[in-house]
Design a protein around this ligand. Structure first.
Ligand code: FAD
Length: 347
């Protein structure tokens, strides 16, 4: 019989965000698949009553909370103290938390404090022969491992984007607050502010339906012997604005900045997709001016429908990496696509 604690932190408005609801989806499914499991909720944040009410109907037996200004901002020392107190008060044998930077930072340390084990970047949880099994990808997403543990408590940190979010009716949850007194040395780190790009400058959108990848070809000399970087910037920006796609890049393109060449100003290594970049999960992908080499396309592992535009009919995309390859000039194609999107937006 397991005691499963769903552990999460509230957003600044007191609610739970998408990754938190996805982890709750995993927790409620696992609890349902393990007869006799008791589900508890543990919440951390400045104010957590809105979060508890939001998930009041999730089937949890108790709603525990560590709340207050000390626990508003992510910070290793206070988050670790709060999580430790919640796990101990719950008597949890299993803990499920969202893989946000906040929990990824502190939960391995919490596992050491409570004599348990933590596994991060989990993409699925299931029961086999009545035992909990976790899925995780290894070697840059090339191999999937399925494993179990006997050690308890077992902290399972679930990757955002890998689970369906919990959906249910809000209600009035009765919170049980836990008093956690922080020593002075747990308050040494303070968050002085948040710096983030303006909404329209934010090109990485994990929830987007489409991944748009820009390759180095956008900055290369074209048929007229000239480069057209400002035009490439305009086309890509317009497309992102009109389609709300997420922007990915090949390594060659983001590396150009370090080589002193003309670059697209809004790209950074954070946009890089591939073996040494990200492996995002979008339903569709469109690669442009990119050759489709293996170290790049390995980052497309979870993109279900793939299309590419390249001048080279023998590029990697043509060799089984894409569902559809348009052998065409991406400048011309994207010009036309943007015009169509703009006219659709006006209708
Ligand atoms: C250890 C290692 C790790 C790596 N990790 C990564 C990684 O994580 N991610 C990654 O991306 N790469 C990675 N690489 C590099 C990878 O092998 C390729 O070098 C890189 O992906 C090439 O980028 P590209 O296709 O944008 O550029 P290029 O190879 O220069 O290709 C540009 C393409 O644009 C096309 N083109 C040019 N103009 C147009 C136009 N007008 N219209 C249409 N098409 C046009 C050209 O025909 C060409 O096919 C790694 C390499 C190594 C060795």
């Amino acid at each position: 019989m397991e005691t499963l604690l769903y552990l999460s932190a509230s957003e600044t408005d007191g609610s739970l965000g998408q990754p938190a609801l996805e982890a709750l989806g995993a927790a409620t499914s696992l609890a349902a698949a393990l007869p006799g499991t008791t589900l508890l909720v543990g919440l951390v944040g400045d104010q957590v009553q809105p979060a508890a009410n939001q998930i009041a109907s999730c089937g949890a037996k108790r709603f525990l909370a560590v709340a207050g200004a000390d626990f508003a901002a992510p910070r290793y020392a206070s988050d670790a103290a709060a999580a430790t107190a919640l796990i101990q008060a719950a008597g949890a044998t299993l803990v499920i938390a969202p893989g946000t930077s906040r929990w990824l930072r502190c939960l391995p340390g919490v596992a050491a404090r409570v004599g348990g084990r933590a596994d991060t970047h989990l993409t699925a949880l299931e029961t086999l022969n009545g035992q909990v099994h976790a899925h995780r990808w290894y070697y840059r997403q090339r191999m999937e491992g399925v494993f179990t543990r006997t050690q308890r408590p077992w902290l399972l940190v679930v990757d955002p984007g890998s689970q369906p979010a919990w959906v249910g009716l809000p209600g009035q949850a009765s919170l049980e607050p836990l008093a956690v007194t922080l020593p002075d040395n747990a308050r040494r780190t303070t968050v002085t502010g948040v710096r983030e790009p303006a909404a329209d400058a934010q090109t990485i959108r994990p929830d987007a339906q489409l991944l748009f990848v820009a390759g180095a070809g956008w900055t290369k000399k074209q048929a007229d012997g000239q480069t057209h970087v400002p035009e490439a910037e305009r086309l890509i920006r317009d497309f992102l604005r009109l389609s709300r796609a997420s922007l990915g890049s090949s390594k060659s393109l983001v590396d150009l900045g370090g080589e002193g060449q003309a670059v697209l100003s809004f790209l950074s290594h954070l946009n890089q997709i591939g073996q040494t970049g990200a492996t995002p999960r979008h339903p569709k992908g469109l690669a442009t001016c990119c050759h489709g080499e293996e170290p790049h396309t390995v980052g497309w592992r979870f993109v279900n429908e793939r299309r590419a535009i390249s001048l080279d009919p023998n590029c990697g995309w043509a060799r089984g990496k894409a569902d559809v390859l348009y052998v065409a000039d991406a400048f011309q194609v994207m010009n036309r696509v943007n015009a169509l999107l703009a006219s659709e937006a006006k209708v």
